[in-house]
Design a protein around this ligand. Structure first.
Ligand SMILES: CCCCC/C=C/CC(=O)SCCNC(=O)CCNC(=O)[C@H](O)C(C)(C)COP(=O)(O)OP(=O)(O)OC[C@H]1O[C@@H](n2cnc3c(N)ncnc32)[C@H](O)[C@@H]1OP(=O)(O)O
Length: 360
């Protein structure tokens, strides 16, 4: 099968997220194939002998002779695909073993009545998501996609559903901000892909305020049941971050472009009823009866024929999947390359020192 322009663009994003440096030889090959695929045969004057880097690049490109653009594009896509799988396979194998052995206290996973319940369980930090919690959730979804439960349900312990990404994830990294950003981009891509790929009905029981990524992810859910105490807040611009979890694609589809911009660009916080009116929430329940009503409903849904629901979900999602992977990869690449580091650092400082400032 010929690689399409879209496959090529996906590969260009994918290459930015490689976990391991592929080495100079492979980088030269990637450069040469990229130039051949976009500009055709080498048409640049040969650099001087002492211009080592440009000479090596020129040699690699020139060596492709008159290779057709389409073939170069295909070879580029194949090369990136082999690099992605070889750079991910060993670490995933290791990680799988480590994580199976780990009892997670911040993410609780239980199975009952055909439902896998995944609970953000860090109430003292308003259920903010640490790097380990992202990994725990990826694993929980992976297990739930093949076990004998019928659906997966997310909820939170305490007064919050989830306060989004733990803002200290990057500040506590030991390898410096660049390494943390690069690891974070790969983790985020894998995390969001695990929601895109989840094959069974996926429901959020939003028991209280939701912030950041816990809101944007909702666009990938099949049902969102909210307490009337819940709020939905995406303060990305305030934090100098880009909206993630395919929300730049899903939110305009769900609520229309202007309402999506109000949330994703201007950070307007919605009440549960506003979120329902905009199609982000399926149904709102009074806080006093929320838990009883929602869980009764979900247990009924979990008795519906699982295979029919799984196939119907596949039919709903199938035509969007490729698009969602692309949007996800683009956002992760943008976070690495285009995030205004200074503004982000300033926003973080404001959060971290807000209590000290308030006392002044
Ligand atoms: C792999 C990388 C993926 C990256 C994905 C990126 C996603 C983007 C986002 O999710 S952006 C959204 C990030 N979240 C926020 O901006 C929320 C920040 N928190 C707050 O604004 C407030 O804490 C609050 C409104 C959620 C609650 O305010 P309140 O006054 O009621 O309570 P406290 O502020 O005292 O919070 C209690 C303790 O919890 C800690 N905490 C809360 N949220 C976070 C968070 N997101 N990250 C880290 N820590 C958080 C808070 O610091 C308090 O801790 P302390 O008692 O030790 O001071």
């Amino acid at each position: 099968m010929r690689a399409s322009q879209q496959d090529f663009e996906n590969a260009l994003n994918q290459v930015k997220l490689l976990k391991k440096d592929p080495g100079n030889e492979v980088k030269l090959r990637l450069y040469a194939l990229y130039k051949q695929a976009t500009d055709g045969p080498c048409n640049m004057p040969k650099p001087g002998m002492l211009d080592f880097v440009n000479k090596a690049k020129w040699d690699a490109w020139n060596a492709l002779g008159s290779l057709p653009k389409e073939t170069a594009r295909q070879n580029y896509v194949d090369l990136v695909s082999s690099l992605s799988s070889s750079s991910e396979a060993p670490s995933q194998g290791k990680r799988g073993a480590d994580e199976k052995a780990r009892e997670s206290k911040d993410i609780l996973v239980t199975s009952e009545d055909g439902i896998t319940k995944i609970t953000f369980n860090r109430p003292t930090k308003k259920n903010a998501i640490t790097s380990q919690m992202y990994r725990d959730i990826i694993l929980a979804l992976k297990n739930a996609s093949t076990d004998n439960t019928v659906m997966a349900v997310f909820t939170g312990t305490g007064d919050y559903y989830c306060s989004g990404n733990d803002l200290t994830n990057f500040t506590s990294a030991t390898g410096g901000i660049e390494e943390a950003a690069s690891n974070g981009a790969v983790l985020l891509r894998d995390f969001v892909n695990s929601f895109i790929d989840f094959p069974k009905p996926l429901v959020a029981v939003v028991n209280g305020p939701a912030v950041g990524i816990s809101v944007t992810l909702l666009g990938l859910f099949d049902g969102v049941f909210a307490s009337d105490r819940a709020t939905f807040h995406t303060p990305f611009s305030q934090l100098s971050q880009f909206p993630e979890a395919c929300s730049t694609y899903m939110f305009p589809k769900i609520m229309g472009p202007t309402k999506a911009a109000e949330m994703l660009l201007f950070g307007k916080k919605l009440t549960a009823r506003e979120a329902w009116a905009q199609g982000l929430v399926t149904e709102v329940f009074p806080e006093s009866t929320f838990e009883t009503e929602v869980w009764t409903r979900l247990k009924t849904y979990a008795k519906l024929p699982p295979n029919v629901m799984r196939i119907s979900k596949e039919l709903i999602r199938k035509h969007e999947k490729q698009k969602l992977y692309t949007v996800n990869a683009e956002k992760c690449a943008a976070a690495l390359e285009r995030m205004p580091r200074e503004e982000y650092a300033k926003a973080l400082r404001n959060f971290l020192f807000r209590k000290a400032k308030a006392k002044l």
